[in-house]
Ligand binder design. Structure first.
Ligand code: ZN
Length: 397
């Protein structure tokens, strides 16, 4: 097909060839590329630099009614590391196969979405369309390392407030089926470090009150809870992993020598609290587990996210009504879900704004962060058609 070699695909491949890969990313090439894009579009670009190494780039297309709340089209510029030896084609070559697959790190997560936004705006402008609301295309750093110096910091700035955002659209995930996935909430991430202290001594004795006895109880409690959530997920076809609380034991440490009973042993858990879990109750439950395990147990939180309201998908949310109607007109089927991991949407929802997580990729294997990440050129091009309708709908409310 000839449009695999057209400007829309070429532009995508050009962005993919910029190796904005962790760690220690230099975002200069992204800024240069996006500045060229803004110039081509004839739109103003701003580079917000609170931290010179962590720029936030904003390209703005002013609407007919600039006082109305705007539409923020967000994407992150960074990508996760690669193991080139495990790839069929070099991961920053953006190789296009004869059957139309574009291989590159970032082809799904999420440089596709960034260029689809740009190509959508280019097409609308070319067709002489002017939307009611202002569109801000925002390109942020560091999403893949938790967004601390990216969106999490940016939403707290005056610059962000001035954007007067009404709705944000950000990344979702590929779907292997015909359906498209739309995410309206995320679980809260809690990383717990639990240290059990006890009597040290010789490994030949049976000492009272040891760290080993305590940590065994703590691990059992967490694993029993995990088992219940696992069962709940397996027994109910309507649930996805984002709907339950996941618990994983991710690190164990302690001890110095085989014949020495250690003074302390530590277990680290990665917990993702489902959106219907009461945080205070969950914390009280963990505290009671540790109390049951014995004295001298320390609970630390490496990360403990606050509860964030989900985005309502109902008649009261005019953006959702418009988005859904446009999706119906396009004849695309949306499956609405809670995102299993974390994206920048949680920071946007955290300041009280609605956010949809949506990457228009159906009939596509989920390859984000995987070797041989690719996107088919036809899926990518279809995504621009989809955004054209969806963005027009929400920006014309
Ligand atoms: Zn991503």
């Amino acid at each position: 097909m000839s449009n695999w070699t057209g400007p829309e695909v070429n532009n995508f491949r050009k962005y993919l060839r910029i190796a904005s890969v962790h760690p220690d990313i230099n975002y200069d090439d992204c800024i240069t590329f996006l500045t060229e894009q803004a110039t081509e579009l004839g739109l103003p670009i701003k580079v917000h630099v609170d931290n010179p190494k962590k720029p936030v780039v904003i390209i703005t297309w002013e609407g007919k009614v600039p006082t109305s709340p705007s539409i923020l089209l967000n994407s992150h510029m960074d990508v996760v590391p690669v193991f080139p030896e495990s790839w069929t084609y070099p991961p920053f070559s953006a190789h296009l196969t004869e059957d139309g697959k574009i291989y590159a790190r970032g082809s799904q997560d999420m440089k596709c979405v960034a260029i689809q936004y740009i190509e959508t705006v280019r097409r609308l402008k070319k067709n002489g369309v002017r939307l009611n609301r202002t569109i801000h295309m925002c390109f942020v750093p560091d999403e893949e390392v938790g967004g601390v110096d990216g969106m999490r910091a940016f939403v707290q700035t005056e610059e962000f407030k001035k954007l007067n955002v009404g709705l944000a659209i950000d990344e979702g995930m590929a779907s292997p089926t015909d359906e498209f996935l739309l995410y309206y909430g995320e679980r809260s991430i809690w990383h717990l470090i639990i240290t059990c202290n006890g009597n040290p001594g010789h490994g030949s004795l049976i000492l009272p009150d040891t760290a080993g006895e305590k940590i065994r109880v703590v691990i059992d409690k967490f694993m029993d809870f995990r088992q219940k959530e696992k069962q709940r997920l397996e027994e109910n076809q309507n649930l996805t992993v984002g709907d339950v609380t996941t618990v994983n034991l991710t690190q164990l440490s302690g001890g110095v020598q085989t014949n020495v009973v250690p003074e302390s042993l530590t277990a680290v858990f990665d917990v993702r609290l489902a959106v219907d879990v009461n945080h205070a109750e969950f914390e009280a439950m963990v505290n009671s587990w540790c109390q049951e395990a014995g004295d001298n147990i320390k609970i630390e939180y490496e990360q403990k996210e606050d509860y964030v309201e989900i985005t309502q998908l109902n008649e009261n949310n005019a953006y959702w009504v418009a988005f859904k109607r446009a999706a119906d007109d396009l004849n695309i089927k949306l499956s609405t879900r809670i995102f299993p991991g974390g994206t920048d949407s949680r920071f946007i929802r955290g300041v009280g704004l609605p956010a949809f997580g949506f990457s228009p990729m159906n009939r596509t294997p989920v390859l984000l962060h995987d070797h041989d990440e690719y996107l088919h050129a036809d899926v990518y091009l279809k995504g621009i058609d989809i955004y054209e309708k969806l963005i027009t709908a929400v920006a014309n409310i």
